[in-house]
Write a protein that binds this ligand. Structure first.
Ligand code: CTP
Length: 454
């Protein structure tokens, strides 16, 4: 290292002249320049939802600058203070749009706010480079209003159209919602408009046909899980999306939460050793929330099991064997305790219920320690990493803005913008694995029904 160490941080999305000016200026203040590039997960947790390039792409762009001596990735809020000590930093430099915000670092180093270049920003470039995604709402499910509200935080999405086959309900909705100007009760006509993407929130048995039609009409699709109720249909839809070069994503919001993705990273690094068991519970007394009987009769497994399955599959991989312990009342399952076995004998325990209420927490147990996620674990914010020696235990907290839907909408929009149809957070393989449990249960019930009627 040279004598005087200078450090600076930023997202550096779509590297532009403003970035180059400030980095060059920072370098003139010392001998050795370290640049901290924000991790996309960290960016999302601090509300920056529209970054168009991946962390890797942004790091590469900064590494290519010959006057930059070292590039690091910034993953959490407290890191700046840690870096000042770790790299023996003499000067912390940052644009004057941040004036005052980093004064607290003066106790570690000298903080300098440098003049920003006028008239350019990544936000401006993104606006100029990418078209606004016109998204149409399909169905009048329970998440429709929350989705419209949360989409406002993702700057390049606009929503002003809705479809439902219930004409009266559509009319009522558009009357009460100023933003949604156009209501349709004819799906083909709705798909024929200028929308480029749809969000589907209808009853489960309608998903398959609605997705298929949308993909065939060239629209990107975000749909509540499960996308289909047989394995063949699910595979057909994923194949069709690939063929059409369109994004098809399950609306499993947990998969896109910053803390959930951080949890997976921590586990990958082996902090709790070899993972032996994953337990997760999700229950809801929909009756008390005045959901319709038709909704509840879709069954606890269909309605809830995707979430625990997501956690189990992301951590342990696809199941080898699945055993169900369901409670069946009035023709549908009101609960299901699902036990899956995985590679190396690891076990997944997913507990779902609509007929009783239980603690919605999750525990991941390993050979060195365990991670506990308090209820509601599917809105992951905080998790505890615990060891036999309690002094070594620590807590991990990430911000979660709104009801969590915005992170999923941001991923959907950035996949469309990047022309990338596969999400790393929820890939087609993940979607098949997550749905394996549910589809196996459906098929097993259908077979039983047939057997009985014969
Ligand atoms: N910066 C600058 N002049 C600009 C834009 C950015 O000096 N016109 C500086 C910022 O002050 C910061 C660094 O470049 O020190 C990285 O900023 P970043 O937030 O990545 O860039 P922006 O273009 O401001 O990004 P966005 O529009 O997404 O906020």
């Amino acid at each position: 290292m040279g004598n005087k160490v200078v450090i600076t941080y930023g997202t550096y999305d779509m590297l532009h002249i403003g970035h180059l000016n400030i980095l060059k200026h920072a370098k003139t203040l010392g001998d050795y320049l370290i640049v901290g590039v924000t991790d996309e997960n960290y960016d999302r947790s601090r509300g920056k939802l529209n970054v168009s390039q991946s962390t890797q792409e942004r790091v590469k762009a900064i590494e290519a600058l010959d006057f930059v001596d070292k590039v690091i990735v910034e993953t959490h809020k407290k890191q700046k203070a840690e870096d000042m000590i770790k790299y023996k930093v003499d000067i912390f430099a940052i644009g004057d749009d941040w004036i005052g915000a980093f004064d607290y670092l003066n106790k570690f180093t000298r903080v300098e706010y440098l003049p920003r270049t006028e008239g350019i920003s990544s936000t401006k470039l993104r606006k100029e480079s990418f078209d606004t995604i016109k998204l149409g709402m399909v169905g009048l499910g329970h998440d429709v209003q929350a989705f419209i509200d949360e989409a406002k935080y993702v700057s390049n999405i606009s929503i002003n159209r809705i479809y439902s086959r219930n004409f009266t309900a559509v009319k009522r909705f558009t009357k009460n919602n100023k933003q949604i100007k156009y209501g349709h009760d004819n799906y083909d006509e709705f798909l024929d408009t200028s929308i480029s993407a749809v969000y589907i929130d209808t009853s489960l048995n309608e998903h398959y046909i609605l997705i298929k039609k949308a993909l065939l009409a060239g629209k990107h699709v975000l749909c509540e899980n499960p996308l289909a109720i047989t394995k063949t249909e699910l595979k057909e839809l994923l194949f069709l999306a690939k063929k059409q070069h369109k994004v098809l994503l399950s609306a499993l919001k947990t998969a896109f939460l910053p803390a959930f993705n951080q949890l997976l990273k921590e586990l990958d690094s082996g902090i709790i050793g070899k993972i032996k068991e994953v337990r997760a519970t999700k229950t809801s007394l929909y009756k008390e929330k005045n959901y319709s009987d038709a909704f509840i009769e879709q069954g606890a497994t269909n309605l809830l099991s995707s979430y625990p399955s997501l956690l189990v599959n992301k951590i342990l991989g696809r199941p080898k064997n699945i055993t169900f312990f369901d409670q069946y009342e009035n023709g549908y399952d009101t609960s299901n305790l699902i036990i899956t076995t995985h590679k190396n004998g690891a076990i997944g325990i997913s507990n779902v219920a609509t007929g009783f209420k239980s603690e919605g927490d999750a525990t991941i147990s390993g050979t060195k320690g365990y991670i506990y996620i308090p209820a509601p674990w599917w809105l992951t914010k905080t998790f505890y990493v615990r060891f036999e020696d309690t002094h070594k235990s620590y807590t991990f907290s990430y911000e979660l803005e709104g009801c969590g839907l915005r992170y999923m909408i941001a991923e959907f929009s950035s996949l469309i913008q990047r022309g990338n149809s596969k999400s790393e957070m929820l890939s087609p393989i993940d979607m098949i694995a997550v749905n394996r449990v549910l589809l196996e249960y459906c098929e097993c019930k259908q077979k039983n029904k047939k057997r009985k009627s014969n």
